[in-house]
Structure formats: C-alpha cells, structure tokens
Design a protein around this ligand. Structure first.
Ligand code: NDP
Length: 792
C-alpha cells in the first residue's frame, strides 16, 4: 500500500517537523555564549559575571549561555538609556514611527526564524509561535508606530517619562518584549529590558534586529540575568518607571521596593481566570475554546481559563466531551507542526505543577489525564482535568501555570458570577452562551480586565490588557497602554508647604452655636468611636470649633459602609450627574458661609475665598458634565470582533486631602471618584477639617446615597495608614508628605491597591489643567475589554 493510501486508511498524523538548521547555525555562531545589548553594542558582562545556561525544554539540550548582569552592567545600560533620552524624546513622532515601522518589518521578515527560535527556547509549539506570538509581535510594532506618529495630536500636554526598566517572564518571551518596548519607545522613552533567564534568546536576536534597523544607540538596551538583575533594575535611582509582567509574589516585592521612589509602576501579574459555560452554549465551540483557554502554551498563560464553571445540567456532557477531546491530544516535539502541546519550561515548573495537582487530589479533587503517548525525554506534563473541586481547594485558588483545568458547577447566573469572582485575581474571564443578553449580563459583573464572550485568548495591540485586583494594575495595548508611558507635562508643583496650626489663644466669636463634631459614615453623622475630639484653630490662633478624632474603627466602619453601597457602581452616568449638580446647587446657596469659613481658617481675603467657592461650584459642574461623558471605546481588532473597552469604577477609594485650597482640593478629589461610580472614604485636611464637616451637611441634603461618600476626620497620618492597610480598599489617592506617600505605597502591596500619591508635592487646584479633568477620571476607572466575535 502506498504511503498516501496508508495515511488515508489510518488517518494517523505523520511527522511534520519544521526545519531548525539555520536557527541552530545561528546559535552555533555564538559559540555558546551571548552578550548584553547596551548602547547599541553587544558587550560582555563586566567583572566576572555569573553565567546562565539556557536549554531546550523539549530535549534538555543546552542552547547557549549568557552573562547575569550585575550592578555595573545595569548602571551602564541605564546610563546609555539616559544619554539617549534627550535626543530620542526630542525626535518628532514621525521620526520615531519610522524606527518602529522598521522593527515591525524586520520582525516580519525574520518571522519564521523567530518562531523556530522561540519554540526551541521555550518549548511551545511552532504552530503557536508561528501563528500567534510572532504575528502579534509585528502587529505591536506596527500599531505603536502609529501611536508614535500621532503622539503630538493624541497626547497633547503629555511627555515621556525617561528611562523605563522592563522585566518580563518566560511564557511569551518575544511577545512580552514587544508589549513592553513598543509603547515605551513610541512615547519617546528609552528602555532597559531584562528577559527571563529561561528564555532570553529571542530578545537577543531582537537586539540584532535593532542594530539592523539602526535604532539610535541607548534607546533599547537588553541585559540578561536572573531575578537579582531584575532587582537591580527595580532599585536603580535613574529609572523613571518599572513595567513588570510575572508572578503576583514578585509584583508585590517590586511594589514595596519602588514605594516612595516616585517611579511609575505597571504590574501585569497572575490570574485564576474562570471559563463559564452556560447550558445554552454551542458546546462543541465551547470545548474548542476551552482547549485554547487552558492548553494553549501548556497552560503557562497568565490569563489561562484555568477554572471551568459549567452549568450543572450539562456538566456530565461537558466532562465527557473534554475527555474525548483530550484522548486525541498529541504531545511532543514543539517543532512538529501537528502537535497540540509542547514542553513545560523547566523541571522546576513541572515539579511545581505536580505538587499542586497532588495537593489538589489530597483535598478531594478527582484527577484525570488521558492515556496518550508522552515523549520519553524532555520536560512534559499531560493535559489534566481535576473535577469535584471545592472553591477552597488549593487548585481552585492558586495559579498552577500548567496544563491543568479544575472544574466546578453552578445552577444560576448569580452563582456563576459569585464563583467566578471568588478569587483574589481579576485578569480575564471567558463566557460561553448563545444568549447574548445573559452573556453580557455576566460580563458586566465579572471583576476582570478582559472578558471574552464565545471566544477566548483574543489579543490585539489596539485592545488594552491588564488586571483588576491582585492581577496587577495598568494596561498594555491601545490608548490606555500608552498612558502608562507618559505623564502630564504639568502635574505637580513645588513641595507642598505645611500649614501648621497656630496655638489657640482666644475664641473667634464667629461660631455662635457650638457644633457637635461627628464623622460622616453611611450617610449619617456618627459619633467617633472613642468619643474624642480635637480643637481647630483659626488662621490667627482663635478657637474655631472641634472635629472628631477618628480612629481605626471609624475607618473600618466607613469602609464597611462604602462596601455596602456597592449598587452605586451600577448607577447611570446621568444619575450621578444629577446628584453632582444638586450638590453644586445646594452648595451655592451656602457659598457665602463657606467663604467665611475659608477666611476664618486660612486667612484668605474675601475675594480669594469667593474665588475658591466659585471654583468649587465650577468643579462640581465639571464632574457633573463628565459623569455621562467619560466613555470607553469600541475597538475593531483584525479578527472579526468588536471589543468594548468599558470604563468601570475601581471600587472603594481612600482619599487623603492636602491643606492647600482646602475646600476646592477636597471637592476636586472626591467628585471624579464619585462621578465614575466609586465609593470613597475621605480623610480631609487635618488642619482644615471643619470645611469637610461643614460640607457633609451639603451632602446630606443632596440625595447622595448612604455610604458612597464617607468622611473621617482626625490625625491624617494615622487614618491614612489604616486605609492603606485595609484589604477592602481598592485604591488610594494620597496627598501628603513624601514619607507618608512612601508608606501608603508600601502598605498597598498586600492587596495591590492602585495608588496615586503626591510624594509631598503641591498641585495647583485652581487651574482647570492640573486640578481637574481626564487624568483624575482615568485614575478613577478600570478599563474592562469585552470581546464579542461576530459572523458564523
Ligand atoms: P517571576 O515573577 O519570578 O519572574 C518574572 C520576571 O521577574 C523574570 O524575568 C524574573 O527573573 C524576574 N524577577 C524575579 N525575581 C525578581 C525580583 N525580586 N525583582 C525583579 N525581578 C525579578 O516568575 P517565575 O518565572 O519565577 O515563575 C514563578 C511563578 O510565577 C510561575 O510558576 C507562575 O505561576 C507565575 N508566573 C506568572 C506569570 C504571569 O504572567 N502571570 C508569568 C511567569 C510566571 P528570572 O525568571 O529571569 O529569574
């Protein structure tokens, strides 16, 4: 029987190897040793660097070795980047676009080489590197060539940051490099990037492409090394921003290490993403989606759909279909074009997967793997399904980062949503249902940065990607990704001058009836927990009144009230606008009273006080205006999808107010938070707290729902610390001294709060450019990208 006839009879796959000889020749030409790429040159490590060897995970063969960069190498790279920054950032957007365009073209021209090299180094199937990783790398450079071109028009009043340190993991080596480098250099920054120690080869080949593109020396620097090199980059004083992708654990370390440094930070961390199948789903489509969600790249994907949530009525059917599908899985040589799964990155990772699976079984999970051929050598792990898993099982909670799916069932949409959100992560979610209303309802309730409906693992350079909660903060891709690499040209002023309270030596005589000092919690005036108050002085040392001295318990109560006001997130922009206008209306009736209070407390002249109250009314109007206008976007990525980039509230935001322009700054901070549907706990200026306590009387008469705005007065430093430690607070906006900003950032590492801190600097609250607008609104939102495919 001819070979062809035999194949038709058995329908067995024959071997379909991709040629690798020219890539192996390139590796050989390096004589087993690679160099850093610094200032446009390939340089050996300084001193006597440790050497890191890199292996093909599918065979265990050594592919090469490279130096682990030490302090002197990182210093040299940062110095080169700093030196290149003025001229690179000084180029026109168009000039920078030409370089990005050249890089995109070079990636395309070398695409097969890069795909093979990536498969060799990482162990992922050539089918994926060829059809997904490398095309997306090129797409990223093309897309960001476009942003470079449009910088001046699309990001007016913004400027690049300087030198950006970038640290990437091993699961998508070249793709993560592109996600990091393309937006950074498009915006005019220079970069120092460290690839993962397991997978540095495509980054080093990319460095050769940078040379070929004649990218100016110092704009792109690549230093190889392990975690210690990453730490040197993180700590470097001349770096303006750190962009990191990797584990949540290291993300926390970096959050702490950068606290108080003034470095901008974006973290793309782990996930435990749900894959929800409703009973009305197209089951065959859903199963293929699931295969892609969890067995793509051997499950070593931060957004892997690793938790299957399936409606009880179809659970058995789904399980059988998954098992049938896995029985035909082909695992083996990543360079074979017809395999489903390649190798696990390293024995260390395989052992970690194995340990977690064993623990999951101990905790009651039923572990199943198909009885299929496994390669004898190399680092492989079979596709695995763990059913009968309770939400508390370790395999349902921890990121396994391997080809392991855990499955659970649900009965109602409500239960599906509760299970899906029952995780500290929030990177992605997949929903499979033929009922578009149900799917969108579930999507709206997902606490995740990306939601795929009837599709999964959709990525595109135009669509933002990034997490909620402990999956990190910041976005990569699209317009929101570009904001991570620029800053407003004018944001902060000189160091904030403290406003010390004068010693009280007399009564003012202004307040005729003594006020009862209270906190404003859950829409009510509440006595402070320990019934203590502190006096407030006028500007000239007279007694102006007393305010409550809040403590940890008051903050706890305020956060609880904010938590219970969650329905505010679902209110419409129109409703929020109406309330903001109503607050402005009620405030304006009492504007003279507030002006008097400002004069009395701050010593402002009558005219100055009137300017501040007028500006306050205008600001409330501004956010009334914005409340139904700060909309998201609809993207059209190359595949047949509509991607809805929706601006969602973050949740509970803690706000610490400065002393400067105490009325206006107080309103300027909570109004955007409120307008975007967040709830807040505000610690007003300690010195001028009476303004905030006066203001809650306005809030009480303006239909503000209970718990949406909470005000706790007292010692700013103590209350701020409690807010920063609180696990239910999702973000902190801190205005105060530099050491306090540092503490806020460090304490926020625990639940990875989004932080916006002044670092002791001042802000011009009177100016509409620096005191209000899009920057505030962006800081008050998470962007959720909802992917909707169309067509048959
Ligand atoms: P890490 O988070 O440790 O590594 C990511 C990158 O950070 C690598 O380049 C690493 O260096 C570097 N790094 C490590 N420690 C530090 C540090 N203290 N300061 C600065 N940089 C540092 O992930 P691993 O590769 O070690 O994988 C561990 C686990 O993390 C995996 O099992 C998986 O669960 C998860 N993971 C999640 C990813 C995600 O995207 N969500 C990606 C990768 C891993 P190097 O590795 O070169 O030593």
């Amino acid at each position: 029987m001819s070979k062809m006839a035999e194949i038709f009879r058995t329908m067995e796959y024959g071997p379909a190897p991709e040629a690798a000889d020219y890539v192996l020749d390139w590796l050989k030409s390096k004589k087993g040793s690679f160099k850093h790429y610094i200032n446009g040159e390939f340089v050996s490590g300084k001193g006597k660097p440790k050497t890191i060897e890199t292996f093909n995970p599918a065979t265990g063969e050594k592919l090469g070795a490279f130096p682990a960069a030490g302090r002197a190498d990182v210093d040299a790279a940062v110095e080169a980047a700093n030196a290149a920054f003025p001229s690179w950032s000084g180029l026109s957007g168009h000039q920078r676009a030409r370089y990005l365009y050249a890089l995109a073209r070079l990636v395309q021209k070398n695409s097969r080489f890069l795909a093979v090299l990536e498969s060799l180094d990482n162990g992922k199937p050539i089918r994926e590197t060829r059809d997904i990783d490398i095309p997306l790398v090129a797409r990223h450079f093309y897309h960001h060539a476009g942003w470079a071109q449009l910088m001046e028009q699309e990001f007016p009043d913004h400027e690049p940051l300087g030198v950006v340190g970038q640290i990437i993991p091993w699961n998508f080596p070249l793709l993560m490099l592109a996600w990091k480098i393309a937006p950074a250099i498009a915006a005019g920054n220079c970069v120092v990037l460290k690839p993962a120690e397991y997978t540095s080869l495509t980054a080093l080949y990319f460095a050769e492409l940078c040379k070929e593109a004649e990218a100016p020396p110092g704009v792109i620097n690549i230093v190889t090394g392990a975690g210690a090199t990453g730490a040197l980059i993180v700590e470097h004083p001349d770096i303006a921003k750190i962009a990191f992708t990797g584990s949540t654990e290291v993300g926390r370390i970096i959050r702490k290490a950068t606290a108080g440094s003034g470095k901008k930070l974006s973290l793309e961390l782990g996930g435990k993403s749900p894959f929800i199948i409703f009973e009305d789903a197209d089951l065959d489509g859903a199963i293929e989606g699931l295969v892609d969600a969890i067995w793509f790249n051997q499950g070593q994907v931060c957004c892997a759909g690793s938790r299957l949530l399936v409606e009880e009525s179809i659970a058995e059917d789904v399980t059988q279909k998954i098992k049938r599908r896995l029985k035909s899985f082909r695992i083996g040589d990543p360079l074979d074009k017809a395999i489903d799964m390649g190798a696990i990155i390293d024995p260390v990772q395989r052992d970690r997967i194995q340990t977690l699976v064993a623990q999951g079984a101990k905790e009651g999970g039923e572990v199943w793997s198909p009885n299929i051929a496994m390669p004898e050598n190399g680092c492989f792990f079979p596709p695995t399904l763990i059913s009968n898993v309770s939400p508390s099982n370790i395999v349902a909670r921890e990121e396994i980062f391997g080809p392991v799916l855990v499955s659970m069932t649900f009965r109602t949409l409500k239960e599906a949503v509760a299970l899906a959100n029952n995780t500290r992560y929030g990177l992605a979610a997949t929903i499979w249902s033929e009922n578009i209303n149900r799917a969108l309802e579930a999507a709206s309730q997902m606490k995740a940065g990306v939601v795929w409906i009837n599709t999964t693992n959709g990525f595109d350079a135009a669509c933002g990607f990034g997490g909620y909660r402990e999956s990190g903060f910041g976005r990569e891709g699209g317009r929101e990704g570009m904001y991570e690499y620029v800053k407003p040209r004018k944001e902060w002023g000189a160091a904030e001058k403290p406003s010390p309270a004068p010693k009280i030596t007399a009564t003012s005589g202004v307040i005729e009836i003594d006020q009862t000092p209270k906190q404003f919690i859950g829409g009510k005036q509440k006595r402070p927990d320990w019934a203590r108050t502190i006096p407030v002085a006028t500007h000239d040392g007279k007694y102006a009144g007393r305010v409550a001295l809040g403590n940890r318990k008051d903050i706890r109560d305020a956060v609880e009230a904010a938590f219970n006001a969650e329905s505010w997130a679902a209110s419409t922009g129109h409703a929020r606008a109406q309330i903001l206008y109503f607050i402005a209306e009620n405030f304006s009736r009492r504007a003279n009273e507030f002006a008097r209070r400002l004069t009395e407390l701050t010593g402002a002249s009558k005219a100055e006080a009137k300017t501040e109250t007028d500006a306050t009314i205008s600001r409330l109007f501004s956010y009334g205006a914005w409340a139904d206008k700060f909309d998201g976007l609809a993207h059209s990525p190359p595949q047949r999808n509509v991607v809805l980039a929706v601006n969602e509230p973050i949740g509970i935001i803690g706000i610490t107010c400065p002393d400067a322009s105490p009325l206006l700054s107080f309103v300027s901070l909570w109004a955007p938070v409120f307008a975007m549907g967040n709830r807040c706990v505000i610690v007003p200026s300690e010195r001028y707290a009476l303004i905030a306590t006066d203001f809650y009387q306005v809030l009480e008469t303006s239909d503000v729902p209970a718990g949406v705005i909470n005000i706790v007065t007292g010692e700013r430093a103590t209350l701020t610390k409690t807010l920063a430690e609180h696990a239910q607070v999702d973000a902190i906006w801190h205005h105060g001294p530099a050491d306090e900003s540092k503490l806020v950032e460090a304490l926020s590492a625990d639940n990875l709060k989004r932080t916006w801190t002044s670092g002791g600097k001042s802000r011009d609250w009177m100016s509409a450019k620096t005191g209000e607008g899009r920057e505030f609104l962006r800081r008050a939102c998470e962007v959720k990208n909802i992917w909707l495919p169309y067509g048959d």
